[in-house]
Structure formats: C-alpha cells, structure tokens
Design a binder for this molecule. Structure first.
Ligand code: SF4
Length: 733
C-alpha cells in the first residue's frame, strides 16, 4: 500500500513551483475523499501537472481512468507534452482521442460509417463461414475417396453450393464495407498497442500509422481505450451524454471509474449549453411530410394514423412560415443572408411563445383537441420513424440504395414533442432562425435554446468518481457551483501569480466609462485615441488592444492605419486569425513592435500565449459586455428565476465579461523572466469607481488579490507610466 504522498513519484521535474506541492497535496486528498476540486491557478502556477500527478496516482491505486477534457488545441499539446515527461519514468498508457470526422480516411459521415461498419462485420463473419465450408467440403471429399460412398460426394457438392452462395454474398458485401476497418479487424491487437503505448502519440501520428498500414486510425484508437490509464479528449466527449456513454462502453468503464480533469473549465457552461440546445429546420419538416406520402402504403405505417400526423406536421410548417413572414420588420427581410438570423418569437422575460400559441390555435380550428392528443400523435410518428430508419439501414447494407437514407419523421416528431413541452419553460428559450439557401430563398429553423445547462452538468458531475475543474479565471466559486449544479463537497483552490511583482504593471486609466452611448462622442474619442497613441508609441514591444467588439476594433484600426510608423494588424472575419498571430508574433520575437487590433469575444483573447516579445502591452478598451441579445436576456431571466432577482445579470453578463477581461489581461507576462503592462481603459475599472459610479463600477467584481494591483493613472500620464516601466525593465535585463 502506498503512503499518501507517493503521488509525487509521478512528478517529472526536478522542482515544483512554490504552490504546486500544496496544490498536489490538496488535490490528492480530495480525490481520495471523492470530492470535486475547483482549481483556479494563474499562469505559471503549474496547473496541468498539479492536477495530473495526483490524478494518475489515485487512478492507478483505485483502478480509475483519468480523462482530460480540453477544447484548446494549444492546451492539448501541453497535456501531451507533460504526459510524455511523466512517461519517461512511469509506464503510463496515454491515449489522445479525436472524433471520427477528424480521423476517417474515407471522410464518411457518422451514419454512412455505421452502415459500412455493419457490412464489414458481416463480411468477416461470412468469410469465417466460407473457411469452415471449405474444411467441411475437403473432409467430405476425403471421406468419399476413402469410402467410395456416393453420399459423401453429394454432401461435398451441397457444401460447395452453399460456399459459392456465401462467396457471392461476400463479394457484394466487400463493395459496401470499409477496407480500413477490415484491415484493423484482421490485424493483431498487440502490434498497434505496443506502438501506441510506447510513447504518447498524437492523433496525427496515429493517422500516419493507420495510413501506412491501410487502416482506420479511429477504430484503432477505439480498441485501445480500455487499456489507457489517461485519455486526452475534448469537452464534448464528456459533456455530450450520448458520446460519453459510448466512450465509457469502449473503455469498459462506468461513470464512477472516471476522474475527469476539465481544462479552461470556465467554458464548461457555454459548451454544455450548446450541447443541449436543439433545432428543427423547415426543410426537415418538408422531408418528413414527403416521407409520409412516399410510405403511405408501407406495412410500417399500419399502426399510424397517417392523416392526423400529416395534419400536425403541415400545420407546424405553415405556422413556422407564417411566423417569420409576419414578423419581419421593415427592411429586415433584406438583411437576411447566409448566416442564421434570429427572429423573436417569445419575450425573453415573459416566455409567451407565439409559435406554440399559433400552432395550438390552428390545431383546435382544424378539429384537433389538446396538446395531449398532439403528443400522442408525435409519439407514434417518432416510433414509426425509428422503424423507417432501421429499414433504410438494412436497404443500404444490402446495397439496394447507393446512399444511406435517414428518416426525417423521427427527428421532426421528437423535436416538436420536446418543443411543445418546454418552449414556455423558464429554462429554455424558443427562437426562430432564418437564412437564405443556395438559391437565395429564405427558410426557417426552430430552435429550443437551453439557458441553464445544469441538467447536463449536474448529473454528470454527480456520477463520475471525481473531477478537477481548472482555469486561470474560475472564480467566483459559488456561482460555478450554482450554475453547473454541483451538489458534492468541493475543495476550492486559488493560486495567484507568483512571478516577480516588479515585472508587471496594471493600470486603470481615468477615461470616461465607455458606455455604448458615448462611444461616438468626439471628445471621448479624442481622449481615447490619445491614450492609445501614447501607449503604442511608448510600449517596449508588441501591443494587443482588445475592443468591446469587432466593429470598434475596425474603426480604431482605420484611424491609426498608416499614421504611427508601426505595423498594424486587424483581427476581422474572413481573415485567418492564425496567420495574423504568426506575423504579429514574428515581429515581436525579432525585437520589433506591432499592434494587434482585436476584440474581447474573438478567438485571440483566450488560449493564445503572447509570451516575451510576442506581447509586451495588453490594452482592454471598455468593459466589453457580451452582446445583450434576446438569448442573453433569456439566460439572464432564467438565472433570475432560478437563483433570485439580480443573479441573472451577475451570472449571465457580469461574471463572464470579467472572466474574459481577466483572460485578456493574462495574455502577457507568461513566465518569471517575462514582463509586461496591462492597461484597463475605462473609468469603471478605477479603484474609486464604486464610490463614483455605484453599481456601474466593475472594480469590485475582480478578485481582491488581483484588483489590489490596479493603479489609477490619469489619461495624460499613461505614457510616463510606460516609459518608466520599460526603462526599469531594460535596466534589470
Ligand atoms: S470505420 Fe473508420 S475508415 Fe471506415 S468509415 Fe468509419 S471512420 Fe471511416
């Protein structure tokens, strides 16, 4: 039996960061006690190893599998790197899992793959039977030769006839099976297993191995999941209920056998929200109706009152179309393009869904009774749709159809049944989306948006053995517990920046609060532009400016473009953020200076490492609240309803925005020797703003240990602060 601190054997480095030992100790204890860990650690606190080391130890001791879920590619690379270091001294089996879409060499969709898989398994079975038949045939022929009895010769002929039939079947199946999977099934497990677990292989290496051997990398990985001690995957592998159950089956595990580590865990709520929101496109309803007509006489439909189901779906289609046609305001129709555009069908606070009301009214006018009757019809339709799916699958397998058809009746009936039940529920928000198709025609889609996804996260976090939720911006912990539905005992850990304090400067500048109503004010613009100009001119390297939105980033970029004698980059839609980042980094790394104009809710504010020369100054302009659209109001109202009035603004808007700002500020100063300046450009950040601006101040929303570093500076003196800081840094170096 190991002693409690045996976990340290998994720590691959010579020395720990100052707080790493403490973190590992507490996490180790919490895991043994089956508690959840909420772990906020600033850059340089060694979060990854602090979580991984005790988890691997407890996992080995108790026969649990450690599952790291991360949505950031850069972080995945870091996990791979750290797992490799651990592997140098410990024989841990690590598997980096990637979705089928990214691994399939044939580029097949989910359903096509399923049908090909079925055919491949059938083919393998038939090939086994053929071998048996050959053996039986030989035995019968040998008997005939030794006995001379005609019965043996007849038996051999009969067996050969059966074998020929099987060969015909096999040859037909071969055309519809999957060769790369066939090769996987024929190969010995051990060879790939040995190669895979010799090192920590990334999915690209697995794909190369698979390609060299004519195999499917995805299937190879799947087979080895049950042997892995540590699996590195994405959020959706855990947050999507169906995918998680499938993964567990492949791992041969139950939820209580899993220790989950969620990286960038402040994003769990959003990720879970998108996994639990559901949609139904107008075209799917049309296809369901066409399916009804096409199969009217099919035996499968005998149990279904086809006319009644047809009436339900036709009225639904009519209501969807009428609703968007009637709700377009003047000029709105023209604004609809190829991206989905939301049309309000329910007040985000009152929840009075007009699609539901119109649908029920039309049903009653047509002679159908209450919702209960509609639900019964939808239940039957979903069941019959399921039977159709099975029939389509069989037809594809048999080669009777060149592509795999899918029932539209089933998803239509299932969606609408849910919609009727939940569209007026506080935790859901119905939206009608519209966009133009290839031919320029407008079509609609009903969406049931989930406001608080704790119905996904709560049961998940309850059922697994334990979990570590880690991020540099996880606080406030009470909120994360409430919004994710955490009911278990937690261990709450916070470790702030440990780098030398003199290597960083955080200033809050006394410019007017950048409320959207004053953004165009000429006086305000003049003050803002002067501070930005002073910042750019006096920064000791690359400057990253986060604006509240893409529009603001563009308009300020235009103002400065060609004026300052430094290269400017604009992060905008249609331009690769990765290319911009590469060029921007290169200039800074070579000792030059460039400016990046980007925005808070874009892709460059999180998971990007602007270390050393890549970024010396980060500026956050305004408070940058996320777009306050109907969905956001609905989320706000759901939180108010669930947690009491006032919680909505705090949980849905204020806290996520402050987290974003903290993430943006954390882009610079990435190691003990690194240095940089963080500038918060809005009066609401200032230390005395609570007194001056009351509830509009955001200063109190920052964790105390971080806000105590804020230094108020007058707009005209920002340049001196920068000059002093960078000259001090030069002296130090
Ligand atoms: S089994 Fe593999 S190669 Fe075959 S279709 Fe599915 S993912 Fe693609």
């Amino acid at each position: 039996m190991s002693t409690p601190d045996n976990y340290i054997q998994y720590f691959p480095l010579e020395q720990c960061y100052p707080n790493q030992k403490d973190a590992m100790e507490k996490i180790h204890r919490s895991l043994l006690e089956e508690n959840l860990v909420l772990f906020e650690g600033a850059c340089g606190t060694g979060k990854t190893l602090s979580a991984l080391v005790p988890s691997l130890h407890v996992g080995k001791q108790l026969g649990k599998t450690v599952f790291i879920a991360t949505n950031v590619h850069q972080q995945m690379l870091q996990f791979i790197d750290e797992a490799r270091q651990i592997k140098l001294s410990h024989d841990i089996k690590v598997l980096v899992f990637k979705g089928k879409m990214g691994m399939c060499p044939l580029k097949q969709g989910y359903d096509e793959c399923e049908a090909k898989r079925d055919n491949t398994y059938d083919l393998m079975e038939i090939e086994k039977e053929i071998i048996l038949k050959k053996q039986e045939s030989k035995a019968a022929w040998d008997e005939y030769k030794s006995s001379g009895e005609a019965a043996h010769a007849s038996l051999r002929d009969a067996i050969d006839e059966e074998r020929e039939k099987l060969e015909e079947k096999a040859s037909s199946l071969r055309k519809r099976s999957c060769d790369p999977l066939y090769e996987v099934l024929r190969a010995e497990d051990e060879k790939f297993q040995k190669w895979l677990f010799q090192d920590v292989r990334d999915p690209e290496q697995v794909n190369d191995y698979a390609a060299e051997n004519g195999m499917c990398g995805y299937e190879l990985l799947k087979r080895e999941l049950k042997n892995a001690d540590l699996v590195i995957g994405n959020f959706h592998h855990v947050l999507n209920d169906m995918i998680f159950s499938t993964m567990l089956r492949w791992m041969d595990k139950e939820p209580e056998d899993i220790i989950a580590i969620f990286d960038e865990a402040h994003n769990i709520e959003n990720a879970a929200r998108s996994h639990s929101s559901i949609t139904l496109a107008e075209h799917t309803i049309e296809s369901a109706l066409a399916e009804l007509n096409a199969n009217e006489k099919s035996d499968l439909f005998t149990s279904m009152p086809v006319e009644d189901v047809e009436a339900v779906l036709s009225i639904l289609l009519e209501v969807v179309r009428d609703t968007y046609d009637n709700r377009f305001k003047f000029g709105e129709r023209q604004r609809v393009g190829r991206n989905w555009y939301d049309i309000r069908i329910s007040d985000p606070y009152e929840r009075n869904d007009v699609v539901y009301a119109r649908f029920m009214r039309r049903m009653k006018e047509t002679g159908y009774g209450e919702e209960k009757q509609v639900q019964e019809l939808l239940g039957i339709a979903a069941e019959v749709g399921g039977l159709l799916d099975n029939a389509y699958h069989e037809q594809y397998k048999q080669g009777q159809t060149p592509i795999l058809k899918r029932s539209h009746l089933k998803p239509t009936a299932e969606f609408f049944s849910q919609y009727l039940k939940l569209s007026n529920n506080e935790n859901y928000y119905p939206v009608l989306n519209v966009r133009r198709d290839q031919g320029g025609e407008i079509y609609g889609r009903l969406e049931l948006f989930t406001c608080i996804p704790k119905n996904v996260t709560g049961p998940l976090l309850d059922s697994i053995y334990s979990a570590i939720l880690m991020s540099a911006t996880l606080r406030p912990f009470d909120m994360i517990k409430s919004t994710l539905g955490i009911t278990r005992q937690t261990c709450d850990l916070v470790y702030g920046l440990t780098f030398p304090e003199e290597h960083r400067l955080t200033i809050t500048v006394s410019v007017p609060p950048q409320y959207s109503r004053i953004r165009d004010d000429p006086q305000n613009l003049q003050i803002l532009e002067q501070v930005l100009q002073d910042t750019i001119e006096n920064a000791g390297g690359n400057v990253i400016i986060f604006f509240p939105n893409a529009f603001e980033a563009k308009r300020h970029f235009r103002k400065f473009d060609g004026v300052l004698g430094v290269e400017l980059f604009l992060d905008e839609t249609g331009v690769s953020a990765q290319d911009i980042r590469k060029q921007f980094f290169q200039i800074g790394e070579q000792g030059g200076k460039a400016v990046l104009f980007t925005y808070l809710w874009g892709t460059l504010s999180e998971g990007v490492d602007y270390r050393n020369g890549r970024g010396r100054v980060v500026v956050v302009v305004g408070v940058g609240y996320s777009a306050l659209n109907d969905r956001m109001h609905a989320v706000e109202s759901a939180y108010d309803h669930e947690f009491g009035y006032g919680a909505g603004w705090e949980y849905a808007v204020q806290v996520p925005t402050i987290r974003k700002i903290r993430q943006a500020m954390g882009r610079v100063v990435r190691s003990p020797a690194d240095y940089g300046v963080r500038i918060l450009l809005d009066g609401r950040f200032m230390t005395d703003s609570a007194k001056r601006l009351g509830k509009y101040s955001v200063y109190p929303s920052f964790p105390e240990d971080e806000r105590k570093e804020f230094l108020d500076v007058e707009a005209g003196k920002v340049k001196y602060s920068l000059l002093n800081f960078f000259s001090d840094m030069e002296e130090l170096s």
